[in-house]
Design a binder for this molecule. Structure first.
Ligand SMILES: Nc1ncnc2c1ncn2[C@@H]1O[C@H](COP(=O)(O)OP(=O)(O)OP(=O)(O)O)[C@@H](O)[C@H]1O
Ligand SMILES: [Mg+2]
Length: 261
C-alpha cells in the first residue's frame, strides 16, 4: 500500500516509528506535512497538491495532527476522505476529540461511566458549580487543551473559586469535574481497532504532587492487560464514537515498543 503519514516533523519519534513499522510490513510510506498541502476543490474532482505535485496515489493516510492546527489538519484529512482514501482517523473524530465537552456528551449519551462534569456560561455562582460536582477537590479543564496543559486540580473550595473566576474573567470556557482520587495519578489508554482491543498501557504520574498521567507531564507508561470491565468500557466508547478512531501503532518511550497487530 501507499501510505501517507500526515506529520509536521519527520524527526518526531512517533512519526519515525510509524514509518519504520509500515515499511517493515512492505508498505511504501511517505511523510507529508499537512500544513504544506493545498486543497483543490472543484466539481467532483477533489485533489491535494503538495510541493507542486498531485497526491493522488495514496491508499491510506495516518493523520498525526497537532492540537494547534486542528482546523487546517482536519480540512486536509476531509479532502483525502473525499478522494476516497482510507484514513486511520476520520476528520469528524479528530474534531470531536479535541473538544472535551463534546467528547463527554458523546460518551454520556452512550451510557458510559464518567466523572460528574459541569459546563456553564461565565457563571458568577462558583459555589453552586463546585457543589454540583460534589464539592472540592475538583478538576478544572480548558475545553480545548491537550498533553495535560490547562488541566488544574483545585484542592479546596477557595482555590476552585479563584481558578474558575480567573478563567471566566478572561472569557475562557472551562469544564469543572469531580476529582477521581482513586486513580492515584494513573489512567489507562486502550487502542481499539475494528472493535477489538489491540493494545493498552497504563500511564502513571511520577512527579511529586502531580495528578496528571500524561507522558508530557513526566508520566511513565507500562503495557497492561485489561480486565473484562475495562475492555467493555473501551470497546463501547470506541463504538459509540461512531467513527473510525483507531491508532494502528503506538509507542512507549520507556518500555520499548507496543506493536499492535
Ligand atoms: N477528573 C479527574 N480526576 C482525576 N484525574 C484526572 C481527571 N481528569 C483528568 N485527570 C488526569 O489528568 C490527565 C489529563 O486530563 P485530560 O486527559 O482530561 O486532558 P488532556 O490529556 O490535556 O487532553 P486530551 O486527553 O483531550 O488530549 C488525565 O490523563 C488524568 O491522569
Ligand atoms: Mg488526556
Amino acid at each position: 500500500m501507499n501510505i501517507a503519514i500526515l506529520s509536521r516533523d519527520p524527526k518526531l519519534y512517533s512519526t519515525r516509528r510509524l514509518k519504520e513499522a509500515g515499511e517493515k510490513r512492505g508498505h511504501k510510506v511517505e511523510i507529508i506535512d499537512h500544513m504544506k498541502c493545498v486543497l483543490l476543490i472543484e466539481k467532483k474532482n477533489p485533489m491535494v497538491w503538495y510541493n507542486g505535485k498531485r497526491l493522488d496515489y495514496f491508499d491510506a493516510i495516518i493523520p498525526r495532527i497537532g492540537a494547534s492546527v486542528t482546523f487546517y489538519g482536519a480540512a486536509v484529512v476531509r479532502q483525502f476522505e473525499m478522494m476516497k482514501v482510507f484514513t486511520a482517523i476520520e476528520s469528524q473524530a479528530l474534531i470531536r476529540s479535541r473538544d472535551k465537552l463534546r467528547s463527554l456528551q458523546i460518551l454520556s449519551r452512550a451510557g458510559l461511566g464518567l466523572p460528574k462534569t459541569i459546563f456553564m456560561d461565565y457563571s458568577r455562582d462558583t459555589e453552586g458549580v463546585i457543589e454540583a460536582v460534589g464539592g472540592a477537590p475538583v478538576v478544572i479543564k480548558l475545553l480545548e487543551g491537550t498533553q495535560g496543559l490547562g488541566v488544574v486540580l483545585a484542592e479546596n473550595k477557595k482555590a476552585a473559586q479563584s481558578v474558575i473566576e480567573a478563567f471566566h474573567g478572561v472569557k475562557t470556557r472551562i469544564i469543572v469535574q469531580e476529582f477521581i482520587k482513586e486513580a492515584k495519578g494513573s489512567d489507562i489508554r486502550a487502542f481499539v481497532v475494528n472493535g477489538e482491543i489491540v493494545g493498552a498501557m497504563k500511564r502513571q504520574a511520577t512527579r511529586e504532587g502531580e495528578f496528571r498521567s500524561n507522558l508530557h507531564r513526566g508520566g511513565v507508561a507500562t503495557v497492561v492487560e485489561l480486565d473484562r470491565h475495562e475492555k467493555h468500557a473501551a470497546i463501547e466508547a470506541a463504538k459509540k464514537w461512531d467513527l473510525v478512531w483507531p491508532v494502528l501503532i503506538y509507542y512507549l518511550p520507556n518500555e520499548g515498543h507496543l506493536l499492535l497487530k
